[in-house]
Design a binder for this molecule. Structure first.
Ligand code: FES
Length: 185
């Protein structure tokens, strides 16, 4: 997880966002698990729901809807969403590849892995392939240091990576071409 360097997307030009009824019910269920006045603790799971309902990223409209549902100031939502790398503040591809680049992964070759993926996909970290299939990101420790190097795609960890394993993963994801990887469930 890491602090962001890019500004959040402005509201202009982004499409309106509204939670589905099912998502709203889920949000309320999650908030009800916390004591009165402490429902802000539900912010991260609710941001995941908003992200899943907005094609894998959090527009200002989506974050504002989260603030409204939770009764929070907009800035309280922005500051959390902009801190954690699992939240995307810009449109993303079908698959988001979060490659860990913190020291244990770096010592086990994450720099080479990222360089290989950048070349293979024709993008730099933070960019999306022209076909909209992959977004490549370099992120900080994802808590799987014992199986470094690793990357996360959706809810799945891909560990003990080699260049060959990364290539096989890319081909497997291309063949699947499913937009279900945003959800953390
Ligand atoms: S350093 Fe990569 S998972 Fe911890």
């Amino acid at each position: 997880m890491s602090a962001r360097t890019r500004p959040i997307t402005t509201i202009a030009g982004t499409r309106p966002f509204a939670f589905s009824e099912a998502a709203l019910t889920e949000c309320r269920t999650i908030m009800s698990r916390y004591p009165e006045g402490k429902s802000k603790s539900a912010l991260i799971p609710i941001l995941h729901i908003a992200q899943a309902e907005n094609d894998g990223w959090l527009s200002v409209n989506a974050m504002d809807a989260v603030a409204q549902v939770m009764g929070l100031q907009h800035i309280e939502v922005y500051e959390v969403a902009s801190f954690y790398s699992m939240f995307n503040l810009h449109p993303v591809g079908t698959y988001v590849l979060d490659v860990c680049r913190t020291t244990p992964c770096m010592l086990r070759g994450s720099d080479d892995l990222i360089a290989h993926l950048e070349k293979k996909l024709g993008v730099h970290c933070g960019e999306t392939t022209t076909d909209g299939m992959f977004t490549l990101k370099g992120v900080e420790c994802l808590g799987s240091c014992g199986t470094a190097p690793m990357l996360q795609c959706g809810a799945q960890f891909h560990e003990d990576l080699t260049i060959d394993k990364a290539d096989a993963l890319i081909e497997q994801l291309r063949a699947r071409n499913s937009r279900t990887n945003y959800t953390d469930k």
